[in-house]
Design a protein around this ligand. Structure first.
Ligand SMILES: C[S@@+](CC[C@H](N)C(=O)[O-])C[C@H]1O[C@@H](n2cnc3c(N)ncnc32)[C@H](O)[C@@H]1O
Length: 217
């Protein structure tokens, strides 16, 4: 159910060509260079690549990239952009459950601004899949919404960390928002995860506030 609501919502946005960020996230680019080495972390899974700007940074840096998305529309858009730019990545449709990859297929996973679109239970399933498809010692670099994010401020609360978004473009989406670094480590079941706050003013509509995390499998 969670996935169905979120899939329809994202597919609809992308069909209207909304939410297609054309530029990479500068924090993603900085941390990518600090935390991932091209040779050591050759095989990268871009989980929920959306407009694909971060994915194209990975490709141009020399990583071998696979991507999964729940939206068919955005997969088609990315295939066209990749062709126009002469880049190659393996893009797959995800059903939000089992990832279409063999065990230990990746050296790194980058779920950037994606894992928040879950319930606590669906996230637990996703994290199990991350463990399965990552090489031992593989790494995860991603984000999850923090309390005070615009999606948290315009939402209906279901539990301490589960909400239903009331943000107009994402109305009805199931989301997770976390209050502090410790709750991020607990939710990810990664007590040694490095966690930091990424905050960006949206100028007029509040703040984008996300926890950034990095951990090793
Ligand atoms: C806020 S966008 C982020 C896109 C991209 N990672 C970026 O940083 O620009 C969230 C994306 O996650 C995708 N998504 C949501 N749930 C997903 C899931 N369970 N599996 C794969 N993709 C998912 C959505 O379709 C959407 O493209």
């Amino acid at each position: 159910m969670t996935e169905q609501v979120n899939t329809l919502l994202w597919d609809d946005l992308y069909k209207q060509r909304q939410s297609l960020l054309k530029y990479p996230d500068s924090t993603f680019v900085t941390l990518l260079h600090r935390k991932l080495q091209v040779e050591k972390h050759k095989r990268v899974l871009d989980y929920g690549f959306g407009g694909g700007a971060n994915m194209r940074v990975l490709l141009k840096r020399g990583h071998q990239v696979s991507g999964v998305e729940i939206s068919d529309a955005v997969i088609q858009i990315n295939l066209q952009i990749l062709e126009e730019e002469g880049l190659t990545a393996q893009l797959h449709k995800s059903d939000g459950h089992r990832l279409p990859f063999a065990d230990q297929s990746f050296d790194a996973i980058v779920p950037w601004h994606v894992l928040g679109y879950n319930s606590r239970d669906s996230l637990a399933e996703v994290l199990e899949e991350f463990k399965r498809v990552l090489q031992p010692g593989g790494v995860v670099l991603g984000t999850i919404p923090a309390y005070g994010d615009v999606s948290h401020q315009h939402s209906e609360q279901l539990s301490d960390i589960e909400f239903i978004s009331k943000v107009p473009e994402q109305n009805g989406a199931r989301i997770l928002c976390l209050p502090d670094e410790q709750s991020v480590r607990r939710l990810l079941q990664q007590e040694h995860a490095e966690v930091g706050l990424l905050q960006c003013p949206m100028l007029g509509t509040g703040f984008s506030r996300h926890w950034v995390y990095f951990y090793e499998n």
